[in-house]
Ligand binder design. Structure first.
Ligand code: PMP
Length: 454
């Protein structure tokens, strides 16, 4: 356990024990289902991340609507996890439900275009400012395909990423700086390749390191989030993203902005709100309202260079695309979600509430004199257990307090507040209410009181 200023480690251990007992008592049906599931699911779960929650055994959901989730033992939760962004625009938003219903009897996947295709192309272009688009099924896939395109059009081998980044299950991105040296990430099972051959890693907010890396002339693309959101939260310093774009241009490297999480920033994502000019743009998770779907967009110049690469490769190319991608259901749901759910009015609601949440949690922290802070990119906020904002992945990692975070998560969950595992992150949806935010803020305050009293 790393020490936490102002909080005794015995208080953290005691809270964890108390909250585990409380969870055990309160969730007999989840306990029973978790036991049954062990018979045929590896480690008892259909996907291993379900073991990463703070609970001593997996919590079983019954249903969710808007920003409220109910479990099989009848508890209701204010859901600030929202499927770690997949349901960022609320669980089962009405227009998406209608789209699913409409498409459900007309066939789900044909590998043919539908009447929705021209409409969705226009919607994507209007919302994000890039003229050309393709559809994939997960953000992971969108990033993999775009990396491939960048290597194909530049004929350069390397991808540049930020230490502490996450872009999905993309092998090229599973590296970290380890004492300043790039290395495969710890725990990278089954990876036989030395990933440093194809990937360069630098720290975020360091333009000098970026320039040193790009100078070699072998970097096809930079893949980054505009703010790192998967290692706590690291915001770009003023001028950093502009500097990155200028260096990319200078050295003939393409820029990919992954908006999968920062789509929370506001209408059109961080790219539109801050007038970024990426060559490629990727977005997954909530883009079709919770139906598995992702998109990638690119400039007219890229489209032209991609066509040239295609002509050189000859007919048909491999490694980009999957059969279920761009299916009729995805397109119909995306149409409903982009035009009726991801609206400026819904963003306004989310951003107003986000202010309330960030200022509220900050006040609770300040009242108790705990050296923490809150960062947010629009409707996504993160409380960080350190007094100052981390400048890069290394500082953000050093600020993490896994044991404390586990205790806080479980305390909140036991009181009807759900936040995503492996983040101290809260997400707001168009369906989230001020009362839900106030309950979260008060519960964080109560948690800090208990930790400090012990
Ligand atoms: N990009 C970013 C920025 C992400 O945070 C994630 C997932 N957390 C992904 C891509 C991958 O998304 P998926 O798991 O849906 O493929």
């Amino acid at each position: 356990t790393r020490s936490v200023p102002g909080i005794a480690s015995s208080a953290i251990d005691a809270m964890l024990k108390r909250e585990r007992d409380r969870f055990l008592q309160a969730n007999p049906t989840s306990a029973k289902l978790a036991e049954q599931a062990k018979a045929h699911w590896h480690n008892g779960v259909p996907m291993h991340w379900m073991l990463d929650w703070s609970t001593p055994f997996p919590l079983y959901a019954k249903e969710a609507r808007g920003a409220t989730l109910t479990d099989v033992d009848g508890h209701a939760y204010d859901d600030f996890c929202l499927g770690d962004t997949g349901s960022m625009f609320g669980h089962s938003p009405e227009p998406v439900v209608r789209a699913i219903r409409e498409q459900s009897t007309r066939g789900l996947t044909y590998m043919l275009s539908t009447e929705d295709v021209p409409v969705v192309g226009q919607l994507l272009s209007d919302m994000f400012g890039l003229p050309f688009w393709q559809v994939a099924t997960t953000a992971t896939d969108a990033n993999r395909f775009v990396i491939r395109w960048c290597r194909a059009v530049t004929k350069r081998p390397k991808v540049l990423i930020m230490s502490g980044c996450y872009h999905g299950a993309v092998d090229d991105t599973f590296l970290r700086l380890d004492n300043g040296k790039p290395a495969n990430r710890a725990g990278l099972m089954g990876q036989i390749y030395d990933l440093t051959q194809g990937t360069v890693v630098v720290e975020f907010n360091d333009l000098e390191a970026l320039e040193r890396a790009l100078k070699a002339g072998d970097v096809a693309c930079i893949l980054t989030e505009p703010a790192l959101t998967n290692i706590g939260m690291v915001l770009p310093e003023p001028g950093y993203l502009d500097g990155m774009a200028a260096l990319a241009k200078q050295y003939g490297t393409l820029l990919i902005i992954d908006e999968t999480h920062t789509i929370s920033t506001g209408y059109g994502g961080y790219t539109r709100m801050h007038n970024l000019k990426p060559d490629f743009f990727t977005l997954g998770k909530p883009v079709a309202g919770g139906i598995p779907c992702s998109v990638f967009g690119f400039t007219a110049e890229m489209a032209e260079r991609m066509r040239r690469a295609e002509a050189e490769a000859g007919p048909g190319y491999s490694g980009i695309g999957t059969t279920l991608s761009a299916n009729a259901l995805q397109l119909h749901c995306m149409r409903a979600n982009l035009s009726e759910v991801m609206t400026p009015a819904n963003y306004r609601h989310m951003l107003d509430l986000s202010e309330r949440l960030a200022r509220g949690v900050e006040a609770e922290i300040r009242k108790r004199n705990v050296p923490w802070h809150v960062s947010n990119v629009g409707a996504r906020a993160e409380f960080v257990c350190a007094p100052t904002r981390p400048k890069n992945g290394a500082e953000a990692k050093a600020a993490m307090r896994p044991q404390l975070e586990l205790a806080v998560h479980l305390y909140l969950l036991n009181r009807g507040v759900l936040i995503a595992p492996f983040h101290n992150m809260t997400l707001l949806s168009p369906a989230t209410t001020a009362a839900q935010v106030d309950h979260l803020v008060a519960t964080v305050g109560g948690c800090l009181d208990e930790l400090k009293a012990a």
